[in-house]
Ligand binder design. Structure first.
Ligand SMILES: NC(=O)c1ccc[n+]([C@@H]2O[C@H](COP(=O)([O-])OP(=O)(O)OC[C@H]3O[C@@H](n4cnc5c(N)ncnc54)[C@H](O)[C@@H]3O)[C@@H](O)[C@H]2O)c1
Ligand SMILES: O=P(O)(O)OC[C@H]1O[C@H](O[C@H]2[C@H](O)[C@@H](O)[C@@H](O)O[C@@H]2CO)[C@H](O)[C@@H](O)[C@@H]1O
Ligand SMILES: [Mn+2]
Length: 441
């Protein structure tokens, strides 16, 4: 039978798409795609990146059929993998998510706190529609979702589609961190076997074994305490990400049992973070002035000169490689180690079964096989239970249109905690998210 592998990127006009396209070229031998479709609801965003894709593949893999579209039929018919990375409301809404909480003395962040809450409710509606549309056309396609806030999206999708075992929610942060650990330890990242537990953007590395079975985590903690912590690709990072990585040193000083995700800092030092962020120029501004401009102008320049000479579309190639390696692990049944979001069901013994936890898994053609984690100790359990309750109530607020559950969710969030403040922020977010959120009563 003729070989066929159709892959669609939803959010084909995303700033991350060119990095994924470049990775496709590097992975052609291991993930031999025959048809690639870029699908976006916004034709103007899609066109320049779609044209860049066609140029790139014409030059490096002309055998692949590459199209871009706003048609769901073209995107989802007989597709094998659907990679989803949408941003409902775009960067202008991200900017509001980050700036509104700061008016009330609360930190503003894309996936944490009230910003992540607002973004979560926006993402859920579109994500549920996308899964339904894919399933109308392709019952067995793998849906690989990166859309943020991934923790809320993953929990909401699990509630809406409990029997669908081919939806995988993944984040690039664990792999980015492992690359950074490898650099600090001066060992190859591929040689490291991590154990990790938590929720997405809310977890800890507990061990980091090398190929001899030696746990390098104690050494890593000492190195972080002594030398601080930088991303592996520090030279290419924007200042705000360097600040974020730097604070891992403080977290390891304060709680030195494990090595935390960088995102824990928003929950552990909420007041400090709120005082350090610039309310007039947030990460959304940095991205709009940086990555977004660069991606679109470089794609247009490549297409107008009909060549890739001197073109620099992508700063961070690691993200695309991670996404392709995940698809490859399924396609080739590799059973390789990945840190993935899965339904708890006893993995972390003393957390609720329906929590979506992020843990080490082996990933192959039957999906992720998570490793049992056992019970977690009281400090971590309390943090996780609190965050789980916040995420669950956020989803229930969306599904039930419940103002009370939304208020409970925000009050529980460690970045807020005061119910009067939570109510003011919620009322403001309701106004600003008109047209994106369901009515909350
Ligand atoms: N999980 C991770 O590790 C990870 C890493 C990087 C980015 N992301 C996520 O990827 C997403 C894209 O990020 P970005 O910064 O490139 O944003 P972006 O705004 O540049 O791209 C998103 C694209 O999705 C399109 N879109 C929005 N709603 C859509 C819908 N319903 N159907 C089809 N297309 C739709 C938009 O038009 C836009 O072109 C975000 O959710 C971001 O948080 C996740
Ligand atoms: O602020 P952004 O839009 O640049 O990135 C937000 C994403 O950040 C995390 O991922 C990576 C990011 O992809 C990479 O470029 C780098 O800067 O480090 C980040 C942390 O490892 C996060 O995992 C994603 O969920 C965010 O969307
Ligand atoms: Mn992430």
């Amino acid at each position: 039978m003729e070989h066929k592998l159709k892959i669609t990127i939803v959010g084909g006009g995303s700033t991350w798409t060119p990095g994924i396209l470049n990775a496709f070229i590097r992975h052609m031998n291991t993930l031999p795609v025959t048809e690639l479709v870029l699908f976006d609801s916004n034709a103007e965003r899609q066109a320049p990146i779609g044209e860049y894709a066609q140029l790139l593949f014409r030059l490096h893999a002309p055998e692949v059929k590459v199209t871009y579209t706003t048609s769901k039929d073209a995107a989802y018919d007989s597709v094998d993998f659907v990679m989803v990375q949408i941003r409902t409301g775009g960067y202008p809404m991200r900017e509001k998510d980050e700036k509104i909480p700061m008016e009330y003395g609360v930190l503003g962040q894309e996936t944490c706190g009230p910003g992540g809450f607002a973004y979560g409710i926006r993402s859920l509606k579109d994500m549920i529609e996308i899964v339904k549309d894919v399933r109308k056309h392709s019952k067995n396609a793998w849906i690989l979702n990166y859309t943020n806030p991934a923790a809320i999206v993953a929990y909401g999708l699990q509630r809406e589609f409990p029997d669908d075992k081919r939806i995988l929610n993944i984040c690039d942060q664990p792999i980015n961190l492992i690359n950074s650990f490898a650099k600090l330890l001066d060992v190859p990242a591929e040689s490291l076997e991590p154990t990790y537990f938590g929720l997405n953007h809310f977890g800890w590395f507990t061990h980091l074994y090398n190929q001899n079975g030696q746990d390098l985590l104690p050494l890593l903690k000492e190195r972080i305490k002594d030398k601080g912590f930088l991303p592996a690709d520090a030279a290419e990072r924007d200042p705000s990400w360097l600040d974020t990585y730097a604070l891992v040193q403080d977290m390891v000083h304060d709680f030195d049992e494990y090595v935390p995700s960088t995102y824990l800092q928003y929950y552990i030092y909420p007041e400090y973070k709120a005082s350090k962020l610039n309310p007039d120029y947030t990460r959304a501004n940095e991205v709009m002035d940086g990555r977004e401009k660069q991606v679109f102008s470089e794609c247009r320049r490549a297409v107008s000169q009909n060549s890739l000479d001197g073109i620099h579309v992508v700063k961070n190639e690691a993200h695309g490689d991670m996404i392709l390696s995940i698809a490859e692990a399924i396609y080739l049944n590799k059973n390789a180690y990945y840190i993935i979001m899965v339904k708890n069901e006893g993995i972390i013994e003393n957390l609720p079964d329906d929590a979506v936890v992020e843990v080490t898994c082996l990933l192959g053609s039957r999906g992720p096989k998570p490793f049992h984690t056992g019970p977690v100790s009281v400090f971590y359990k309390a943090l996780l239970e609190n965050q789980y309750a916040y995420e669950r109530l956020t989803c229930e607020a969306y599904f039930e249109g419940s103002y009370t559950k939304a208020l409970q969710a925000l009050t529980l969030n460690r970045t807020v905690t005061d119910a009067k403040k939570a109510r003011k922020i919620l009322d403001r977010l309701i106004e600003e998210n008109k047209g994106y959120w369901p009515k909350l009563t």
